[in-house]
Design a protein around this ligand. Structure first.
Ligand code: FAD
Ligand code: NAI
Length: 475
């Protein structure tokens, strides 16, 4: 039977499922097609984020932080815990339960909003007068005619050349979130977001973690002061980080994986690990779309080419999230999905890429929005910086979490906030206020004028804003 709809969304990750829900809320007839399956073969909407990304990684970061807290950090509070042991199986079961609940939650939201869900792989068949014909090959095959298409097919982990993932010894994020025992020696290629978050998880649980990074420093896209503080903190915690290396060869045997690399002194080194996580970025996923059937344009790196409104080269075909340019972040995908749904319904929508927040859920956490100091310098923009250390914040001291700073960068003439960079306790939550302020084009004075509850971590943001004009009160 041929089914005709207003909007066909391909992919039910954060980009796709949000686009589908919003389009349905706007009165359009919507289907969402997704091929992710759980271990039983049942539909598992949520994409990378829900199944093997944001949600399970944060579940393990939380659990492993509790473990480390009980083992070494509660003593300072006068709490003595002897013999704390790890039940890794329970930790993984809890994580899997959260993932399943998330899958079910999205299916519930589809039902609630009238989105029809098709479990299977969607591919273009042809363009017709009525729109685009899409084949969904799953347990039951379907052909759908969609007036508009939203492609939200996400990304896949990038492998090292000649080193495919086997998810036993050489792991992508998928295997790295599901190790059933703690590797004694864990190697990680790439000191990016995944390397640092998952490296932190397995170090806290007892692995000896070595990270090999090709850049001269970690987190080259972060503000350099924040990245330097982070690198110092991670090294102190016990992550062994080698920067400026070049990976030559990876070989696996029955018992280990060996990495040969050249270090900064041009010396060849060999390291042996029980398991190796490769986290060197991700590539756009368009493999099963049959994009050539309709002439959908990809760029030289495989991303679907879109304009600033997420329009592809084909009329009424849109693309959002990891499969298009821009940072690979769940909330970026969501914002684009939301905006595209509005545009399809004929409404105005805009994504403010300049205020997208970035967060690393390590300990200390990092969070920022806007321009870094090195970007402002490169632009020749005059700015003033205000900085405040968490060591001078009452709440952070009460928590015994005094590591880190908040830095506010403001235009030297207009005082408009250009960027805020934070490393410290729970800064993932403080960044919300920053994004709100920047969205309203706030000045540092605006933030400084606002009453912040005492004692809270958010006072550090106000103090940093006061610091822009050298008026910090508590440092
Ligand atoms: P995806 O979430 O990848 O969803 C795409 C969906 O489309 C998948 O379900 C896929 O199976 C399906 N699909 C693909 N092709 C087809 C087809 N032809 N037919 C049918 N279905 C198809 N981002 C953050 O913002 N915060 C974080 O904390 C964070 N943590 C992360 C941790 C890890 C370990 C990883 C790997 C990523 C993390 N990310 C995080 C990034 C985030 O997961 C992605 O940016 C986000 O999932 C992108 O959403 P998307 O909708 O574009 O694609
Ligand atoms: P990434 O881009 O964050 O980091 C990759 C790192 O690998 C970089 O430091 C890069 O210099 C290094 N690298 C690349 N090739 C290398 C090589 N051959 N040898 C050694 N090092 C090499 O990518 P990552 O960590 O794989 O994450 C993928 C995406 O997932 C990111 O874009 C990120 O946005 C998203 N993500 C977001 C999270 C969050 O928001 N908290 C958490 C985890 C992932």
């Amino acid at each position: 039977m041929r089914i005709t709809v207003d909007v066909g969304v391909i992919g039910a990750g954060p980009g796709g499922y949000i686009a589908a829900i919003r389009a349905a809320q706007l009165g359009l007839r919507v289907v969402c097609m997704d091929n992710w399956a759980d271990v039983t073969g049942a539909p598992a909407p949520g994409g990378t984020c829900g199944n093997v990304g944001c949600i399970p990684s944060k579940a393990l970061l939380e659990s492993s932080a509790h473990f480390e807290m009980v083992k070494q950090d509660v003593a300072v509070h006068g709490i003595e815990v002897k013999g704390a042991t790890l039940n890794l199986n329970q930790m993984l079961t809890r994580k899997d339960g959260i993932v399943r609940d998330n899958n079910k939650g999205i299916l519930f939201l589809f039902r609630k909003n009238g989105v029809s869900f098709y479990h299977g792989t969607a591919s273009f068949m042809r363009r017709s007068d009525a729109g685009y014909d899409i084949r969904v090959s799953g347990r039951e095959g379907h052909v759908l005619t969609c007036r508009h298409i939203v492609i939200a097919t996400g990304s896949s982990p990038r492998a090292l050349p000649d080193t495919p993932f086997d998810e036993k010894r050489i792991l992508s994020n998928v295997g790295a979130l599901a190790m059933e025992s703690i590797p004694r020696r864990l190697g990680i290629i790439g000191a990016g977001v995944i390397g640092l978050e998952l490296g932190s998880v397995w170090r806290r649980l007892g692995a000896q973690v070595t990270i090999l990074e090709s850049q001269p420093a970690i987190l080259s896209f972060a503000d350099r002061q924040i990245a330097a503080l982070a690198e110092k903190a991670f090294r102190t915690q016990g992550l062994s980080i080698h920067t400026g290396v070049s990976i030559n060869k990876v070989t696996t045997s029955a018992s280990q994986v060996s990495v040969e690399y050249t270090d900064t002194d041009a010396t060849t080194q060999r390291s042996h690990f029980d398991r190796l996580i490769v986290a060197i970025g991700r590539t756009p996923h368009t493999a099963e779309l049959a994009h050539d059937k309709v002439g959908l344009q990809l760029d030289e790196r495989g991303f679907i080419v879109v304009d600033e409104q997420c329009r592809t080269n084909l009329p009424n075909v849109w693309a959002v999230g990891d499969v298009v340019r821009g940072p690979m972040l769940a909330h970026k995908a969501e914002e684009e999905g939301l905006a595209v749904a509005e545009r399809i319904a004929g409404r105005f929508a805009q994504v403010d890429y300049g205020t997208l927040p970035y967060v690393l859920y390590t300990r200390p956490e990092m969070a920022w929005a806007g321009k870094t100091e090195q970007e402002l310098e490169a632009e020749g923009r005059e700015y003033r910086a205000g900085c405040f250390p968490f060591s001078a914040n009452g709440r952070a001291r009460a928590m015994s979490e005094t590591e880190g700073i908040v830095k506010v960068l403001a235009d030297a003439k207009t005082d408009t906030v250009l960027g805020v960079h934070m490393i410290g306790p729970v800064v993932s939550e403080l960044i919300g206020e920053v994004v709100l302020a920047m969205s309203f084009k706030a000045s540092s004075e605006d933030i400084a004028q606002v009453c912040h509850a005492h004692p809270t971590l958010s006072e550090a943001l106000r103090e940093a804003a006061l610091g822009v004009n050298s008026r910090s009160l508590n440092s």
